[in-house]
Design a binder for this molecule. Structure first.
Ligand code: HEM
Length: 458
């Protein structure tokens, strides 16, 4: 058996093995059966802070019917994500949630197999490719925000979700707006929503049934486009991935299809979450909204075309700070898992094989040891002068780190800046007096009420 096969087999078999005892690790399992699930869903930040205070940065717990160990802080993040010994399986941790809907996506692969696929996919994220996506995105964003209802209250979440879906169909698959894109978008939404389904039996009418149907449609649709994408290069991820797959070899059409479906998933809700949090924070901190609008005006003065090019985005320095500060305060993935493929030891604690290990970007991002006045929205902490985030390599981890670090982090920043350029050049945005956005923190940070806002033309 090759080492690649060995790694996949080791990880693939983990979930079916019995959970070993964690008696020697501090912590508790909460209520019988339910464990800490209710607190986890209701107030994840409160739960993780409380358990850390009570038991320390290494503690056991039980959420969503799974027992596991939470490891907190930059050292823990580094230990798990750098994973020098190749013992932390992403596949075994994520598969129970995502396997049927996002089969063999990059995050659901491990070790040598993962490295092989990641190297090929990276080609589609290189600078010239990103610059091409941006060029195509600009007019679509410009037109997209042009008819948002100025003077009325509307839910920002719905508008941005729909705009990002259109942009996704365009940048990932190369589709123009129309019935084809609508059907793809709906299938994608069905598959993504089904990843949260508790009841996983394919009974017609259920979330799960719709999700599997959506997945099948996407599979057929994407696989059917592969010959066309191979024939002629177009400025989209799909075309870039087909090109990279052909150049490097070793990727089947099925692999390409799986990667494309996973990419849509990895990109969409994370960016929707981030833009909702960012707009809310700009409403709560209008002085920053004014600063960013002024930055956009300055950039626009030196621009050649109607939309910012790659080089123009690099000039949006303060916007970059706001993006990073938003992701510190509200990382889209507030917590994420791994499963041990072998026994490991961390800070004197033995963690048995086949243990679920949870990391917490959210907890790390508020640690007073690493951040001054951590509750405060203070984008300048990311300036070159202060550079608070450089205290430890793993203290700011909204994009994860190490082997599985988000492949789309630059794309996410480009898309955010391009959206803010077109949006803030046209509108001021506000929330009603005294409004505080109610937020759901797991599985992804999202506004519970859709974030009602009002925009006015500048
Ligand atoms: C602000 C937006 C985003 C956030 C906060 C985010 C966050 C993350 C995080 C935390 C991970 C690592 C999960 C883990 O280690 O278990 C991840 C992985 C990934 N993300 Fe993102 N992401 C964002 C946007 C995107 C976009 C736009 C794309 C694609 C264009 C993308 C593609 C991926 C891929 C392919 C992986 C898997 C990498 C691997 O396993 O090697 N993400 N993302």
């Amino acid at each position: 058996m090759t080492s690649m096969e060995d790694a996949r087999v080791r990880a693939a078999h983990l979930p079916r093995m019995p959970q070993r005892k964690l008696d020697h690790i501090p912590g508790d399992y909460g209520w019988p059966l339910l464990g800490q699930t209710l607190a986890f869903l209701r107030d994840y930040q409160g739960l993780v802070r409380h358990q850390a205070e009570r038991y320390g940065p290494v503690h056991k717990g039980s959420v969503m019917f799974q027992r596991g160990v939470t490891l907190l802080g930059p050292e823990a993040n580094e230990f798990v994500l750098r994973d020098k010994e190749h013992v932390f399986s992403s596949r075994a941790a994520w598969n129970p949630l995502l396997e049927r809907l996002f089969t063999d996506g990059l995050m659901l692969r491990d070790f040598a197999d993962h490295k092989f696929h990641r190297r090929i996919m990276q080609q589609a994220f290189k600078k010239p490719a990103l610059a091409g996506y941006l060029e195509r995105m600009n007019p679509r964003i410009h037109e997209g925000v042009a008819n948002w209802p100025a003077g009325e209250t509307f839910t920002f979440f719905d508008r941005i979700k729909s705009l990002l879906l259109d942009l996704g169909a365009q940048t990932f698959l190369g589709l123009d707006m129309g019935p084809r894109a609508d059907r793809v978008n709906q299938s994608f939404i069905d598959a993504a929503d089904a990843s949260l389904a508790v009841l996983r039996v394919p009974i017609p009418g259920t979330l799960w049934h719709r999700g599997l149907r959506g997945r099948r449609f996407l599979e057929d649709f994407i696989a059917g486009l592969i010959p066309e994408k191979r024939r002629a290069a177009t400025p989209d991820f799909f075309s870039e991935l087909c090109k990279a797959a052909a150049e490097e070899g070793g990727l089947t059409d099925r692999d390409v299809t799986n990667h494309m479906i996973f990419l849509l998933f990895a990109a969409h809700d994370t960016t929707t979450s981030t833009l909702c949090s960012l707009i809310y924070l700009l409403c709560r901190n209008p002085q920053w909204q004014t600063r960013l609008a002024a930055e956009m005006d300055r950039v626009a003065e030196g621009m050649d075309g109607d939309g910012p090019g790659y080089g123009d985005l690099e000039k949006m320095v303060e916007t970059g700070w706001v993006f990073r500060e938003t992701l510190r305060l509200r990382p889209a993935l507030t917590t994420f898992p791994r499963r041990t493929a072998e026994e490991v030891e961390f800070q004197g604690y033995r963690i048995p094989r086949n243990t679920l290990v949870n990391l917490s970007p959210l907890f790390t991002h508020y640690m007073p040891e690493y951040w001054s006045d951590p509750e405060r929205f203070d984008p300048e902490r990311f300036s070159d002068e202060r550079a608070e985030h450089k205290g430890h390599h793993f203290q700011w981890i909204p994009f994860g780190g190490g082997h599985h670090k988000c492949l789309g982090l630059n794309f996410a920043e480009i898309q955010t800046k391009a959206f803010l350029f077109h949006f803030l050049r046209r509108y001021r945005v506000r929330v009603r007096d005294g409004y505080e956005m109610p937020v759901q923190l797991v599985p992804l940070a999202m506004p519970k009420d859709g974030l009602p806002v009002e925009i006015v033309r500048r």
